[in-house]
Design a protein around this ligand. Structure first.
Ligand code: NIG
Length: 383
């Protein structure tokens, strides 16, 4: 196995209790794993040497919430929203129609293009969802395609009741036919638990059936208004409840007393003219938060984790350390992964070298593409 020494690192964010943040540091990759971290002055020899040039290194971004199996374009919906029209999630049906009409190759190409765009910006681990098929055949096809380029795949057959369907009959279809068909191709199931999508009882039924298939649970909740999504996610021990834009005190208390990660999607809130979630309140209460892009053609068309981190610092009152942690190790926790999101010895070698001496520059220089080099599971993609 080839070893690579990355040295002359001005600031190394490890996200580990053992090493914390190191100055004048080095890191050794052995194959796909981190083999050593410590002061540059005591770094061991390696087969190849990469001079970081006094730049900062942090774990690659973990984007734990995207919807990248889609076709079509919703620019007009976005423009109407910027002119004052509210976001209702009804546009999901537009993407469903375009996705059903697309070929497998077209859907796979869209997925690959967005994953490549994300990796070029420092994302090294990415989740994506089905949810724009909404028939057994189209959800199965979406799940298979998703697995061709994403690290984790989530079944979101309960994204919206397709136009013309009866809600309870559709839930029955999801449980009786979609889940058994799709379960072998996915690790997770998700439900959009929101007024206009699925209520608490319908969401619970889908999630309990998914758990019986051995799938991990995620919930879209409290996005467009207060609702039962967070409470349901905590009740069922979901790994993550995503959006969390409208939280009651009991939602915050429930999250703080649970292992369910509150995944915040600030790019979505900005693009849909919603308030930003109260990340400070969640952290101060003791909840674990993650940041993710929610990249999709309707509510959040960005693959930039840096944009989410910058927003979290500038507009949500997180420290840069908190925001980077949420976009790396917090997001890893939301995917039940302990081998990513940090740069401890033995971690997957997902390394992000930025063109700045410290992570502070991610917020200090908003909008500047700072990614300089990326190693994904030890494989370099120097930019
Ligand atoms: O996370 N909330 C539901 N699903 C997506 C929206 C998808 C769309 O508008 O196409 C979301 O925002």
């Amino acid at each position: 196995m080839t070893t690579t020494l990355i040295t002359n690192i001005a600031e190394l964010t490890t996200n580990t209790a053992e090493h914390g943040t190191l100055r004048d540091a080095a890191l050794v990759i052995d194959g796909d794993r981190v083999a050593w971290v410590g002061p540059a002055s005591s770094a061991p020899a390696a087969d190849t040497r990469h001079d970081a040039g006094g730049r900062a290194v942090l774990p690659g971004w973990v984007d734990s919430h995207t919807h990248l199996v889609f076709a079509g374009d919703r620019t007009a919906e976005f423009a109407a929203r910027m002119a004052g029209k509210p976001y209702t999630a009804g546009g999901i049906a537009t993407t469903v129609a375009a996705t059903r009409a697309a070929t497998d190759d077209e859907l796979a190409a869209v997925l690959r293009r967005h994953v490549a765009e994300a990796v070029a910006q420092g994302t090294t681990y990415i989740e994506t969802k089905t949810g724009y098929g909404l028939t057994v055949a189209d959800e199965l096809r979406s799940a298979r395609i998703a697995g061709s380029a994403a690290d984790e795949v989530t079944f979101l057959g309960a994204h919206l009741v397709p136009p013309g369907s009866d809600p309870d009959s559709y839930v029955d279809l999801v449980i009786a036919e979609m889940l058994p068909a799709v379960a072998p191709y996915v690790g997770w199931a998700d439900v959009f638990c929101e007024t206009g999508a699925f209520d608490a009882d319908q969401s619970r039924a889908v999630l309990q059936a998914a758990a019986a298939h051995g799938l991990g649970l995620r919930v879209h909740g409290n996005q467009l208004g207060p609702g039962p999504g967070v409470a349901l996610a905590v009740e069922l021990g979901a790994a993550s409840v995503d959006h969390c834009t409208y939280l009651s005190q009991s939602d915050v208390d429930a999250l703080a007393g649970s292992d369910t990660v509150a995944t915040l999607l600030p790019a979505c809130d900005l693009s849909t003219r919603q308030p930003l979630p109260d990340a400070r309140r969640l952290i101060d209460a003791g909840a674990t938060i993650a940041l993710a892009t929610n990249c999709n053609p309707g509510s959040s068309y960005t693959t930039s984790m840096a944009y989410c981190v910058t927003t979290a610092v500038l507009q949500m009152r997180l420290s840069i350390t908190e925001a980077v942690a949420a976009a790396t190790i917090g997001a890893a926790k939301s995917l039940n992964r302990t081998d990513i999101g940090h740069l401890g010895v033995g971690a997957r070698a997902d390394v992000h070298l930025i063109d700045a001496p410290s992570i502070t520059h991610l917020a200090y220089r908003p909008g500047i593409p700072l990614t300089h080099a990326v190693w994904r599971a030890g494989n370099p993609s120097t930019l």
